[in-house]
Design a binder for this molecule. Structure first.
Ligand code: PHE
Length: 464
């Protein structure tokens, strides 16, 4: 028997859904990746392109994903089953479930570093660093230790499982309601410290004074990928969260709110980090190591740095945790809805498997660092396959599905439920969504995908 709407859990409140979905969106992507991507791609001009990508692609696809889930009230596989006659589309849902599992397995490795760095910050080890190289050496010695890295992975995954096993309302919603406001307050605190540092204005102009010469085709594609990843698109996380929404709730407003929260947090995190990095006189384009290599030095050099360091890694950990639970929930919902497993069994069994799957990713930083597949270590390979291929492919197919297969007419009927006021007062918003989804989103995502597969340049050369 299919679970009915009556016995399937729903969010306890509208706010609960917004915070849980914002929790999924706000993660390592905002606080770890966004600042370093901005730093390595020239600052303000990149941010402008990124904001355009969020508006043109992120928003329409997010709306489509949440709407699909809310319409079918099912996990991603069940959603495609319910809304299409052809079996082929289930595969898109299935790919989302697989992506959720794989991403969880290595996302938890980096999240484990954030957790471990809370303890480093508490122990005050950053104050022993004399040069930036000391911070790098410390990071390498921690991640080079299989016991530390596996221990943190395990610790982080247990916390994720404990929340997800408690259910949609009592676990995910309750956790998000506590963690998201806390995250916001902590981040505001770090930002205030950043902007009040002497010399912080250089960081602000780096972030907010665009130098258009820095924009190239690659920047646009990086911005597009980042917009996509940060909104948790393309693998059914938002579909799954949308499936616990009531038909009385407004999908349009919720989508705007989630995008606003996610974008603001990325900008605030960027401000917090670059004001401090510039004030201390370090390099903004340090890349992936910005958070774990550069920031510890920055903290050790500023007044109040001890507290700010503890606060910063705590908020990074919280951001990662609320995203990890959404990844775990996609996998859990599939087994609960489709295979009729008990939530407890799904969470503990699949969570344990995700830990096992995370082991080679964790060991990529030590024992397996020389073990390369296509020139990448295991961690980088998993990262590449999911973020560069599975997510854009999933997003592309979701946009195509809603715009061309399920059809915008049916979509609009569903969208109207709970959003009658918008249809009455600002119907142009809906028309704009239809146009964007139908013509822009899929085409642009397709370009990102081609680029990830290394096919874009040859094609451009062929035609131009
Ligand atoms: N949006 C999350 C982040 O910014 C990452 C994520 C992607 C989470 C896909 C869930 C699904 O870190």
């Amino acid at each position: 028997m299919q679970p009915t709407e009556q016995n399937r859990e729903q969010w306890g409140s509208k706010l609960g859904f917004i915070l849980a979905a914002a929790g999924s969106a706000v993660g390592l992507g905002n606080i770890w990746a966004f600042p370093y991507v901005v730093g390595s791609n020239g600052g303000a001009a990149f941010i402008v392109v990124y904001l355009l990508c969020v508006a043109i692609i992120g928003l329409p696809v997010l709306l489509a994903e949440i709407l699909l889930g809310r319409t079918a009230q099912r996990n991603p596989v069940g959603t495609f089953k319910a809304l299409s006659n052809s079996k082929g589309w289930h595969v898109v849902g299935g790919m989302g479930v697989v992506a959720g599992f794989v991403i969880l397995s290595f996302y938890a490795v980096v999240a484990g570093w954030a957790l471990g760095y809370i303890f480093e910050a508490i122990r005050g080890v950053f104050f022993d660093f004399q040069t930036p190289q000391d911070a790098i050496n410390h990071f390498n010695s921690l991640t080079g230790d299989p016991v530390w890295i596996l221990g943190m992975l395990l610790f982080f995954m247990i916390l994720t499982m404990v929340i997800v096993v408690s259910g949609v309302q009592k676990g995910i919603e309750k956790g998000s309601k506590i963690m998201m406001p806390l995250l916001f307050i902590l981040l505001i605190g770090v930002m205030i410290r950043g902007v009040t540092l002497e010399g912080s204005s250089a960081g602000l102009s780096f972030l907010f004074n665009p130098d258009w010469s820095k924009i190239s085709g690659t920047t646009v594609l990086v911005a597009l990928g980042q917009a996509f990843f940060t909104l948790s698109l393309g693998m059914g996380a938002m579909m799954t969260y949308g499936s616990y929404m009531s038909k009385k709730d407004n999908v349009v407003t919720s989508t705007f709110q989630i995008v606003t929260i996610d974008t603001s947090i990325a900008l605030i995190a960027g401000t917090a980090i670059f004001t401090a990095v510039f004030a201390i006189g370090l390099n903004p384009s340090e890349g992936v190591g910005l958070i774990f290599h550069t920031l510890p030095i920055v903290f050790s050099k500023m007044t109040g740095g001890y507290i700010i360091a503890v606060v910063f890694f705590t908020l990074l950990f919280i951001a990662a945790l609320t995203s990890a639970i959404s990844l775990m929930e996609v996998v859990t919902a599939y087994f609960v809805d489709e295979k009729k497993w008990k939530r407890k069994k799904a969470v503990y069994l699949l969570g344990s498997l995700a830990i096992l799957a995370g082991v080679p990713s964790a060991l990529s930083f030590n024992w397996l660092s020389e073990f390369l597949i296509f020139g990448m270590n295991f961690f980088d390979l998993m990262f590449y396959i999911t973020f560069n291929i599975m997510l854009p492919l999933g997003g592309f197919l979701i946009a195509i599905f809603v715009a061309w297969v399920w059809g915008l007419d049916k979509a609009v009927v569903e969208l109207k439920k709970g959003a009658e006021a918008i249809f009455e007062n600002t119907p142009w918003q809906i028309s704009l969504w239809k146009i964007f989804l139908k013509y822009f989103s899929s085409v642009l995502i397709f370009l990102v995908l081609l680029n990830s597969l290394g096919l874009l340049d040859p094609l451009i050369n062929l035609f131009f």
